[in-house]
Write a protein that binds this ligand. Sequence first.
Ligand code: ATP
Ligand code: MG
Length: 654
Amino acid sequence: MSEKAIIYSVPEAAMKGAHVSGMPAYLKLVAEADADHGAYWGRLAREFVSWKTPFTESLDEREAPFFKWFEDGTLNASFNCLDRHVERGQGDKVAILFEADDGRINRVTYSDLLARTCRMANALKARGVKKGDRVVIYMSMSVEGVVAMQACARIGATHSVVFGGFSAQSLRERITGASAVMVITADEQLRGGKQLPLKAIVDEAMALGGCESVKDVIVYRRTGRQIAWEASRDRWMHEETQAQADTCDPEWVGAEHPLFILYTSGSTGNPKGVQHSTGGYLVHAAVSSTWTFDLKDDDVFWCTADIGWVTGHTYITYGPLAIGATQIIFEGVPTYPDAGRFWKMIQDHKVSVFYTAPTAIRSLIKAAEANEAVHPRSYDLGSLRILGSVGEPINPAAWEWYHQHVGGGRCPIVDTFWQTETGGHMITPLPGATPLVPGSCTLPFPGIAAAVVDETGNDVPNGQGGLLVVKKPWPGMIRNIWGDPERFKSSYFPPELKGYYLAGDGAIRDAESGYFTITGRIDDVLNVSGHRMGTMEIESALVSCTALVAEAAVVGRPDETTGETICAFVVLKGPRPTGDEARKVATELRNWVAKAIGPIAKPKDIRFGDNLPKTRSGKIMRRLLRSIAKDEAITQDISTLENPAVLDQLMERN
Ligand code: ATP
Ligand code: MG
């Protein structure tokens, strides 16, 4: 990074009045955490969260790696997200501005949201749901989805949100895995002008068997389409809630009480049911929402993630509400009615802080370059102040485009590295403090002991790649894999790593600045004739061929002579080439990579698809690409795969 790195210093306007303003302020927080990790997080826990009973000890490490934070404190997450803002006189502030697929807008104040949450909580109680029970939520983006989550939190039930795109089989596994007593769903969802079934899939999941623990299915009427009805089990949400009181005393729970279970996206293996706490999680959510997005009272925040993913949990349902922010929730997709939808919504609602994923940015670049009308410069995006990225590494070319065309060259981009397991941001710039380098997630969040080590847990010098670990526990961390403590220990705390948390990603720190760059998943490091290369580096080189390439993924194929050979899967900006044309473009791209990195990095095999196989959260499923590269039959779990049709295209060799 050091020679070529382009550094963007912190703009004056971003520094002014920021929660964390200037590098010295960042370093002061880091020093405070270094001096006394427990005391530092304890201070933040008292400042950012309201406790019913104060905790007396921050961190209990006696049963490591089953760490406990703020254990004897009691609180309620929904009280923190709703009641306390109303009590402080913020009841009339808009909590959620909901924009439906068809553009209809609904503003929900903090008072409204509290009343709706209470009615829902009372309805759950009336059906016998109690503290400690698990409730599966299978809904699309909606105020009702957030209300359902908050209502569970209010009564101490543990929710498990399942993304509304999952199949009956995946849903069933998640229902049985949690022994859920209730499923909350909708008749249908509306996305991109299409009505897609939800309740019918719940019915199908239940029919697969094993879901006997479910007593009730609560159905939100979204589209009103006729659906099958099982009178002994199905209940309309509006009927259940209408007669309920709009107050409901929160159930005070211990800080370690499981707030939710959430499955990882499944890009590397079978999804894991990640169990999170209430107290520590909320502290991490609230502090990171404040510092990473520098949210102020008059900001309009928009996180485009789905509530079915951790980003939607921490940076929609919990973080922004915990700090009393105003946010947008969007039902639809970025490409409907056209690929200018995001830009139009930013313009219409004067969004000031915008948080999205590289996969969305890349697809919108492709659309904008083909059609000026949906280019961000055709909209007034002057309200934007901070941009964010999450979910995958953002390659420098996409970063620059996002910075220039969406942020008008003036908005810092926070490239936030974190995981379902980490609960909140781990390595990220703070917009008023951290100079930016495109493609780098920069420095650890204050209080996160991130480091790069070798296979035995020893630090590697800056400038050398290694395993990304976290040396000390932090409040928002995963507490367990639901029902599988052994897998929890072996996946995240392997014995050879000195008790450090293993993220599963590779990283490298810049020799001078110490900035972190994520080099890809641990199993994404290639060894070609003794040269070690991250797949990310080759992908970035391919994507930097902006005239041709829209997206690329690189994997290794075992090779007897060279150890591994490089296979690249490429989506072009133009139509997918075949035959001679494909071979011609492949040669061009090979030469391009040779020039950008060196001949050793030339992909041996290049294949073209209309898209790449992605999880429903938009991440590239590299484990499938590895099988395809080896010409293996695909026998793995593809239930989280969004677009199975592209697999056939990618199997074609050029
Ligand atoms: P599974 O663990 O089931 O394979 P997953 O890791 O894709 O699924 P998530 O928890 O949603 O599930 O994603 C976390 C991962 O996403 C990280 O480990 C990292 O690989 C990637 N990631 C997230 N944000 C960033 C970022 N800003 N830069 C680089 N990588 C990122
Ligand atoms: Mg993961």
